[in-house]
Design a protein around this ligand. Sequence first.
Ligand SMILES: Nc1ncnc2c1ncn2[C@@H]1O[C@H](COP(=O)(O)OP(=O)(O)OP(=O)(O)O)[C@@H](O)[C@H]1O
Length: 479
Amino acid sequence: MSKSPAHKATALIVDDEPDILELVSITCARLGVVAGTAGSLAEARGLLARRSFDLCLTDMRLPDGDGIELVREIGAHHPETPVAMITAYGNMESAVTAMKAGAFDFVAKPLDLHVLRDLIHAALKLGAPLAPAVTDADGSDSGLLGTSAQMREIRTLIAKLARNQAPVFISGASGTGKELAARLVHSLGPRADAPFVPVNCGAIPGELVESELFGHRKGSFTGAVSDKQGLFQAAQGGTLFLDEIADLPLPMQVKLLRAIQQKSVRPVGAEREVPVDVRIISASHHDLKQAVDRGAFRQDLFYRINVIELFIPPLRERPEDIDVLADSILRRIAAQIGGEPQRLSADARATLHCHDFPGNVRELENILERATALSDAAVLEVADLRLPDRQASAAETQPGSSDAAESVAPTSPQQQTADAPDADIDIGDRPLEAKLDEIEKKAILKALDTTHWNRTAAAKLLGMTPRSLRYRLSKLGLD
Ligand SMILES: Nc1ncnc2c1ncn2[C@@H]1O[C@H](COP(=O)(O)OP(=O)(O)OP(=O)(O)O)[C@@H](O)[C@H]1O
């Protein structure tokens, strides 16, 4: 709290069950928070009219109305007061409704004291001044660049999302900046000092997902030679970013739902659940709603993780962002290799504006890395960009198409060696494993380059599933 040392934080607790009022008041007192209690909406309104509170915890069902009404009223008249909802056990629907109405979090009955304490701590941090809001026109103070109206709106929404704990689902094509957006939600919020743990759900082999996410006890399966902490616990107090969540196997989706609802995880082979305080941000480039309709993604989990959706449009729909992104990428490359940043000629810029970027910002980065690697000139020209003459969409690229193979141009310095399928592979006398890795890496980079870093199309080209490609990318350190 940014109050004077003499100021004691205050909480308004609203519940018609005296036991709960007492339990929460005692928990607050142990944390040095002074609690005011109300047994109905009317009493709560009376207290709010007389003074302000640093947080409010309200039950859903009250004798004279619905706790959601209070969430809305506090949001409208006391926006600086974070509100959390106390929900009935397993009532996911009301938790989601409360968060959509503006509650920053929820706690389920019977109240778990760990969860309650974490929630009070989180609420009090929300009252403290956070990292400066993202205000400048091109986003350079946030790292999420772009001058387009869409990007500005996204930054404004992110600044709001940073102030609550509701699960966020980020949708958008590959390379649009979903992970970057998730990092920004984390770093602008009260969890910024705790870890941000990104997980690519598609890159973990199916049989290991549970142990990776929840951890395991020694001896719980062959290969579990010691206790291992899961990623949920690694993200304790912070944010777990579940990228490519659509790739989670269905049985795992059930366990994830339970972990999110109960705010606790059970490591494989453990007898007890361990409480975890983690904000979930998930992302996918798939249409998750369609996956639900196909039966490939559980509706209840979809509903739970998708409390707030943030959509990042493809780069071709916001061409205004290309210049600011390109200039920033050229500055970054110059800082890495030393010297003045190279510039783009007017024609080169115009060419970029006409390109449709199936691989989005990641593709722009690749184009410029390749151009700067191949040209030392102060000004990069159209030819240096090496864009295909025809705007062939990567998704249209058919496996085995010779056109596709011929349109390949080297990408980054380390990728240049992968430009021809039959090029001599100079890998010296390294062990077989390393040689095989090198060959695999080159084939993958070539396919990615051909498909403008569209991983689904690249996987098709390589004759493997997207999941398997992601696994290999991660294994080879290319992710
Ligand atoms: N608005 C932006 N400003 C600056 N850099 C960006 C922006 N959007 C994306 N990038 C950069 O583009 C690259 C791809 O971004 P990111 O990994 O966040 O995309 P993604 O949507 O999560 O991709 P994928 O779906 O393939 O995981 C990163 O290097 C990121 O820093």
